[in-house]
Design a protein around this ligand. Structure first.
Ligand SMILES: [Zn+2]
Length: 288
């Protein structure tokens, strides 16, 4: 329905000025049937105005779609001063966004924020998951909307002969704790910090993120890895730790780690293939 409105407005850009010129022409006396430059100027102004209105309407429609994404928490700030009256207020970021903490998780504009600076509480678990959480690890214990979008993405990949699958989905606070300690034993603290997240700091606790296929650097060069990089945003997923953005995210490039943010933000972060990080977009740090 929303896209129908945009389509009609696209048509109107051409049609309305044409109708205007046609009417002017028809209503002139037969002998004087001649369009002046002024008439064409008015038609151009009309088209420009419709384009401007269309852009505003598209923006509103896209924002509406964003709030339709159920994983994006509707945060009620109430009226009045957003900062002083908001009991959840934590800070205003360098890009002017309001960071809030609600029930053990950080949010900006309803998007869960979890990185090296902003952890979940140890007891935080996702609700409304596709499969009920009974274990420390669970591939399908993802938010229902995330799981639905993932299924669509997987089906579309399968239909063109690609094989993508989840290797790691939900991980509990305590599982992440063990995993991080495993990496410390393997390569020391610095190695562990760039490879894995400390307990509470992993997106895998959110039920909004998962790892694909081989979960290693070889994935990006595969047909699957390339397709995921170029198409994941169409399903609302982002490459959460893009290439050459370690100084922003705090993690090395992970072509296999997807995070769901809904199509509105995913499209902005995809940025025509030149990925923007959540840290850069919202103006956040990510450091212990
Ligand atoms: Zn991951």
């Amino acid at each position: 329905m929303n896209y129908l409105i945009v389509f009609i407005m696209n048509l109107a850009i051409i049609l309305i000025p044409c109708i205007y010129l046609f009417v002017i022409y028809i209503f002139k006396k037969k002998k004087k049937r001649k369009l002046k430059i002024g008439h064409f100027l008015i038609a151009i102004i009309m088209a420009t105005l419709i384009i401007l209105i269309k852009d505003k309407v598209s923006d509103i429609i896209l924002k509406d779609n964003k709030s339709g994404d159920s994983v994006i928490k509707e945060v009620e700030n109430g009226s009045g001063n957003e900062v002083e009256d908001n009991p959840n207020y934590v800070e205003t970021t360098s890009k002017g966004y309001i960071l809030e903490k609600i029930d053990g998780a950080y949010y900006i504009d309803g998007y869960i924020i979890v990185n090296k600076s902003y952890p979940f509480s140890d007891s935080w678990i996702p609700s409304n998951t596709e499969e009920e959480i009974n274990n420390d690890i669970c591939k399908n214990c993802l938010d229902k909307e995330v799981y639905n979008m993932w299924s669509q993405m997987k089906n579309d990949a399968t239909s063109i002969g690609l094989n993508i699958y989840i290797s790691s989905g939900y991980r509990s606070f305590s599982y992440q704790k063990g995993l991080y300690e495993h990496y410390i034993n393997k390569g020391g603290k610095d190695y562990a910090d760039i490879t894995s997240a400390r307990a509470g700091h992993s997106e895998h606790q959110s039920g909004l993120a998962f790892d694909l296929n081989s979960v290693d650097d070889s994935f990006s060069a595969t047909d699957e890895g390339k397709w995921v990089n170029n198409n994941a945003h169409l399903y609302g997923f982002i490459i959460r730790y893009p290439k050459d953005k370690t100084n922003e995210t705090g993690y090395k490039y992970e072509s296999w780690h997807l995070r769901y943010v809904g199509t509105y933000l995913a499209d902005k972060l995809y940025n025509n293939g030149n990925w923007i990080t959540m840290e850069d977009y919202f103006g956040l740090d990510s450091q212990y």
